[in-house]
Design a protein around this ligand. Structure first.
Ligand SMILES: Nc1ncnc2c1ncn2[C@@H]1O[C@H](COP(=O)(O)OP(=O)(O)OP(=O)(O)O)[C@@H](O)[C@H]1O
Length: 743
């Protein structure tokens, strides 16, 4: 302090002037300290949060989007040719053209950024002039500067700063809207959503990609533009201004210092991003253990499993504590080095650079000496204030550029994830999917190649299923739409990963031929429906079936959509479809009567009441609602997959009889003997790839439900049915499909 007093007071100015100068200098130094010490700390906190967001995104699901699929190898994310290709693909969706609002917003953002840089320069000079007015005790000049000039300029300052935020947010929202709408269109087109999660293994958490990663990509993209463009302009601008003011070496020294310290820190810092990802994953597991307790509270309570669950949640929590404790210690050590190198070291360099013109007036851009030959402390203060403004802006720009490197890498990560989503969406809707196949799908390829019709029917079948990739366009399955018939000819029932459930299935059902399907668990009963409903690929053979609206599927656990009670009955019809269909609530009440649910309308507050229907209705009520839905749509064929398992036998009988009365042909999977009497044909799988199809013998109901596992050991207890366990046998017997296929 004595040194500073002697420096400033040596000119013989009054003690008051010197004291004022010291006070203003202290304020200026404090500001400098704030910029170099507090701001980097805030920037670092923001960076840590960003890393945490990124890590959370990576750890949110049981598996990260990239490399999560069984068929996908993990990929190194970076700014490479692939990143450029991905950006080229996504940008036209975000910014469709030069006339789009997004492009106009980008232009507006560039203009506001330029104005902002100009205002920063103005403010640095203005600050110096205010300090000079204070130190020289020039009241009139001080008032003119602060009350008039600043009073006017604070409006553009405020408007420009907030416009920047507004435009960036508006851009981010627009990018997100464009991408999300595009994905929704593709994802919910046909049954792509089903294929994405059931056929293709590349993406397992598509919900997270759509709801979180697209938003983060849009946010990163809108910020990246401003976070790189402005710092680049600022570095050149303020380096030039600073060079003019205190010599060219000053900006180089400051920038050089920052880059060197960033380089050192980068090499000695522990991988905190990875640690944050681990922490998020552990937090996710902890949350999961608790949500299991809530979801399965009833079962756990019946088992008296509270203590066992306490061990599990405590174990999960202990892992978080151990990890976090280790990270805190590392953060402390890293923080010490970080502060010394970046904060205090940079402050020290800044002090030296800014003080140089005062000690060495040749470096000052303005004359520091008065006419009497003494130094003018007011000019020193003005220069110091202005130059520190330039230096602070330069340092901030360099800091943002250093952070931008990390931001671009993070942006590349989001780009890769969103791009992957688009790739898989395109592939799946084009009929291609990837997943790990059973023994690489070779058995399936052999089966298809050995088929007598292979040459004409599926020339590319073998290559279409190689290397875990399936291109359904190269498969030989044929589909013909025809009302009143379901006709399978030589169709293998194959799971999406190439597991052959039935080698060669042939049967024919016409309207009125109610058919029961039986077989052991996992033999392929529901899979047959998946092929019938086009959910799974048809690898070969031909299927004749009615138009999709004439086939109605009723599963064991019915889907209850969000919406009113009326929506539960008419789904997937909307209210508008319902009106177009000529439906009325009176008709719906009649349907509810058929399933013995008419009391629900009053109990639940009418047709327009909205509830969480999955919670409000019992298991049996849900199944009866699904049957009422079937009666509302009244298709030609009903595919009933264990859909009355929770319904009492008497009501089940009433519903089956009603269905038959209104002309719905039943195609039922059930293990219940009580359903036997509503059917005329039996399709029975033996669980070994074989099956029988024959008229039902109502005298011998037990035969339909007795299975043995083993092709040779199977002996039908019913004289009218026989087992088919190979493709050739099925082939021989395929001529008369409405009769037993082998006798
Ligand atoms: N998306 C899928 N990907 C791969 N394999 C599947 C898929 N869905 C089902 N499978 C497999 O296909 C086989 C047949 O399943 P399916 O649902 O057709 O059995 P099911 O005969 O209806 O049995 P259950 O009587 O138990 O309902 C099972 O081994 C099952 O694991």
């Amino acid at each position: 302090m004595a040194h500073v007093l002697s420096l400033l007071g040596g000119s013989g100015r009054s003690k008051t002037t010197v004291a004022t100068a010291i006070l203003v200098a202290a304020i200026a130094l404090r500001k400098l300290h704030k910029e170099f010490i507090q701001r980097p700390a805030q920037a670092k906190a923001a960076a840590t949060k960003a890393a945490a967001d990124e890590a959370a995104s990576a750890a949110a699901g049981p598996s990260a989007p990239l490399g999560s699929g069984a068929a996908k190898k993990s990929r190194r994310i970076g700014v490479d040719a692939r990143f450029v290709a991905e950006i080229k693909r996504l940008l036209p969706i975000c910014i469709p053209g030069v006339r789009s609002p997004e492009f106009v917003l980008l232009l507006a953002l560039a203009s506001v950024l330029i104005v902002r840089s100009w205002l920063d320069i103005w403010f640095s000079s203005f600050n110096g002039q205010v300090v000079k007015a204070i130190v020289s005790r020039d009241r009139a000049r001080f008032i003119a500067k602060v009350a008039v000039e600043f009073g006017i300029m604070m409006w553009p300052l405020s408007i420009v700063n907030n416009s920047l935020k507004l435009i960036i947010n508006a851009l981010s929202l627009r990018f997100r809207s464009r991408l999300t709408r595009h994905v929704h269109d593709e994802y919910l087109k046909g049954i792509t959503f089903y294929k994405m999660s059931n056929l293709d293994a590349r993406i397992q958490n598509v919900d997270q990609l759509i709801t979180q990663d697209i938003s983060k990509f849009a946010d990163s993209l809108s910020h990246l533009y401003s976070d790189t463009l402005k710092p680049i302009v600022d570095v050149f601008l303020f380096a030039y201004k600073l060079g003019q003011a205190i010599g060219g070496t000053a900006p180089f020294s400051m920038v050089g210092y920052f880059f060197c310290s960033a380089l050192i820190l980068r090499n000695i810092s522990p991988p905190f991003g990875k640690y944050t990802a681990v922490e998020q994953s552990l937090e996710g597991q902890f949350r999961y253990t608790h949500s299991r307790v809530i979801n399965h509270a009833e079962e756990i309570a019946f088992y008296g499993g509270g203590e066992r669950e306490r061990d599990l949640v405590n174990g999960s929590f202990r892992r978080i504590v151990q990890h976090v404790r280790k990270v805190y210690k590392l953060r402390f050590l890293n923080g010490v080095f970080d502060s010394v190198l970046v904060k205090y070291g940079a402050t020290m360099v800044a002090y030296f650079l800014l003080a140089r013109p005062a000690f060495d007036p040749k470096l000052a851009a303005t004359a520091l000496e008065t006419a009497s030959g003494s130094f003018d402390p007011t000019q020193i203060m003005e220069d110091y204030q202005r130059n520190s403004g330039f230096l602070i802006n330069l340092s901030q720009a360099v800091g943002r550029l250093i952070l931008a490197g990390r931001d671009i890498t993070r942006f590349a990560g989001y780009t890769a994830r969103v791009s992957e989503l688009f790739t898989v969406l395109n592939d799946v809707s084009a009929g291609k999917y990837e997943r790990s196949m059973v023994e690489g799908g070779s058995e399936l390829a052999d089966l298809l190649a050995r088929r007598p019709d292979a040459a004409g029917e599926a020339p590319g079948a073998q290559s279409a299923i190689s290397a875990g990739k399936v291109d359904t366009r190269a498969l030989g399955g044929q589909v013909v739409h025809q009302d009143g018939v379901i006709d399978f000819k030589h169709v293998p029932v194959v799971t999406p990963n190439g597991d052959i459930l039935v080698r060669d299935l042939t049967f024919r059902i016409e309207s009125g031929m109610n058919c029961l399907i039986t077989g052991p668990n996992g033999c392929g009963k529901s899979s047959l429906f998946r092929i019938l409903g086009d959910l799974w690929p048809q690898f070969a053979g031909s299927v004749v079936k009615p138009r999709p609206q004439e086939l109605f599927y009723v599963p064991q656990k019915p889907y209850l959509p969000l919406g009113t009670f009326r929506d539960q009955i008419i789904y997937p019809h909307s209210q508008a479809d319902f009106a177009a269909h000529g439906g009325s609530d009176t008709d719906l009440v009649q349907l509810l009567r058929e399933v013995h649910l008419e009391y629900l309308v009053g109990r639940e507050g009418g047709w327009d009441s909205i509830r969480d229907w999955a919670d409000v209705l019992s298991g049996g009520e849900k199944q009866r609602v699904a049957m009422a839905r079937l009666f509302y749509h009244r298709p030609q064929f009903a595919i009933l997959d264990e859909c009355t398992s929770a319904v009492s036998i008497d009501v089940e009988g009433l519903m089956y009889n009603y269905a038959k009365r209104v002309g719905i042909t039943l195609f039922t999977v059930s293990h219940r003997q009580s359903l036997f009497k509503y059917h005329d044909y039996l399709l029975r799988f033996d669980g070994e790839g074989g099956y029988t199809f024959s008229p039902l013998d109502h005298e011998d109901e037990t035969a339909a439900f007795s299975f043995s596992h083993g092709k040779s050991s199977y002996a039908a207890t019913n004289s009218s049915v026989a087992t088919i366990s190979s493709a050739s046998e099925a082939d021989d017997s395929a001529d008369d499909e409405s009769k037993p296929v082998a006798a």
